[in-house]
Design a protein around this ligand. Structure first.
Ligand SMILES: Nc1nc2c(ncn2[C@@H]2O[C@H](COP(=O)(O)OP(=O)(O)OP(=O)(O)O)[C@@H](O)[C@H]2O)c(=O)[nH]1
Ligand SMILES: [Mg+2]
Length: 456
């Protein structure tokens, strides 16, 4: 039997060999890490699943360049660089009868595909098949916002978190926390620290139940506190330098060093391209405060990524994101004649978030898509007007329904329009993922082409 030391060494050697192989592939542009980014429930897991499903043989992807040119051969699923993405489970759920959406993601997982296409150009005679290794990381959307804390010390975190807690739309949920902070003198008592931390967590959970997008730190909401780091809470400047402050600052530092920084360094610091999925319709449906909240959350989260152009060496050693696609997911919730407006509105929602890539001269595009189309469109005459309706199984009552989903404004709605509760888009159950045809998604192939089409 191999000794524990022997197997550790063997694992290290295997890891090192893989690193060297990856470096070789990156040197020759044969490796690409795609960041599928989005707040919770924005559609990351469904997007990743649909992508893997269609890339297997290229069916249903007519606008993906290698397919369009008749060169695409297919994709293999390879051993991933981390815990494997549960592709079979997600596909199984979408293929079952009745099908169901994949569960919300609870931990990080990775998907590695090798895409193959016949080569063109002068190198084709030497290497007739082009291969591209595509890596994707899937993770709970709640974790995304925690990247905001990477370059904030405890004082900066406290300032941000308490400014949010005093925000008029949140302050009602922060009452217990703020009362507790007002009455403490910052003494030694560890029980006070635990009570404040637990009030902070209750407040964050309440925000999540109320569907706020900006919930920070997102990992504090989980049932189990992130292992190896005790819970913490922000403190007002009045308590600076008290024993309570030092205790909290220590806990916060432990969280940053043991949970956040390794997570970022291993998975988030090395992307080449990025798609940012946005549930624009849900943000619109929840009203102006939530819309602004989503806008702010996206801008904060994206500021944590590194953008810029990559030379060959930089791509190898410290890559930056060189291309970004902002995409509204779940476009099948509305009729296609609303997509142009949705795209314009999405531009407004992500204007602040797009600043980080723009300032580095990075190209970005805006698109409206559905990774798994679950409705079709009907035109129905109503009082002399032709209405574009959608037909699908509603998520909540599982009946096939035809409904007029409403209109998407192309700019921020006026105050009175919000109050009419006009923007309430219904959620649909998935349509069974069977034979992939052009109707299985909306613009998934165009998105893919924009993101990676040039590399195969
Ligand atoms: N109609 C429709 N609904 C979608 C589509 N993609 C996602 N959804 C809906 O959005 C929900 C969330 O999608 P997920 O892919 O699980 O979202 P996520 O970003 O992985 O969420 P977390 O894992 O919680 O971060 C699904 O359960 C569906 O209800 C789509 O293409 N069409
Ligand atoms: Mg997910």
């Amino acid at each position: 039997m191999a000794s524990p030391l022997g197997s550790t060494v063997a694992r290290l050697v295997r890891g090192l060999q893989e690193e060297v192989r990856t470096a070789g592939r990156r040197l020759f542009d044969r490796h690409l890490r795609l960041a599928v980014t989005g707040l919770r429930r924005s559609g990351k897991t469904v997007f990743t699943t649909a992508l893997a499903y269609h890339l297997r043989d290229g069916r249903g992807l007519p606008f993906f360049r290698p397919v369009h040119e008749g060169r695409y051969l297919g994709a293999l699923s390879l051993d991933p660089p981390g815990p494997p993405f549960p592709l079979d489970r997600a596909l199984g759920a979408l293929r079952a009868s009745p099908p169901s959406w994949p569960e919300p993601t609870r931990s990080l997982s990775t998907l590695r595909l090798e895409l193959r296409a016949t080569a063109t150009g002068p190198a084709a005679s030497l290497q007739p098949i082009r291969r591209l290794l595509l890596d994707i990381v899937d993770y709970p959307g709640e974790w995304l916002l925690d990247l905001v804390l990477l370059d904030r010390d405890f004082a900066a975190f406290s300032e941000l978190a308490l400014a949010l807690a005093h925000d008029p739309k949140r302050v009602a949920f922060a009452r217990d926390l703020l009362a507790l902070l007002a009455e403490t003198d910052g003494g030694e008592d560890v029980l006070v620290a635990d009570r404040v931390a637990s009030a902070f967590r209750d407040y964050l959970r309440q925000l999540q139940r109320e569907d706020f997008a900006l919930v920070l730190p997102g990992r504090m909401i989980e049932e189990e506190a992130p292992s190896r780091s005790p819970p913490f809470a922000p403190l007002p400047p009045r308590l600076a330098e008290t024993p309570l402050w030092h205790r909290m600052a220590e806990r916060y530092a432990a969280y940053r060093e043991r949970v956040l920084q390794p997570f970022f360094a291993q998975w988030f610091a090395r992307f080449d391209r990025q798609i940012v999925l946005v549930d624009l319709l849900a943000a619109l449906g929840r009203g102006p405060a939530h819309f602004a909240d989503t806008r702010e959350a996206l801008a904060l989260a994206l500021a944590a990524f590194r953008y810029g152009k990559n030379g060959r060496l930089r791509r190898l050693l410290a890559p930056r994101i060189e291309r970004v696609l902002f995409a509204m997911s779940k476009a099948d919730h509305v009729a296609p004649n609303q997509h142009a407006n949705a795209r314009e509105l999405l531009r407004l929602l992500v204007a602040d978030a797009a600043r980080a890539p723009r300032l580095e001269g990075v190209r970005h595009e805006v698109m409206v898509l559905a990774a798994l189309r679950s409705t079709d469109v009907l035109h129905i005459e109503h009082q002399g007007q032709l209405l574009s309706c959608v037909r699908g199984r509603l998520a909540e009552d599982d009946r096939e329904t035809v409904l007029f989903p409403g209109e998407v404004p192309h700019e921020l709605p006026q105050e009175r329009e919000w109050t009419q509760r006009r923007f309430r888009f219904r959620r649909f159950a998935p349509r069974r993922l069977s034979d992939a045809g052009p109707d299985t998604h909306i613009r998934l192939d165009r998105a893919l082409d924009w993101l990676i089409g040039d590399r195969l």
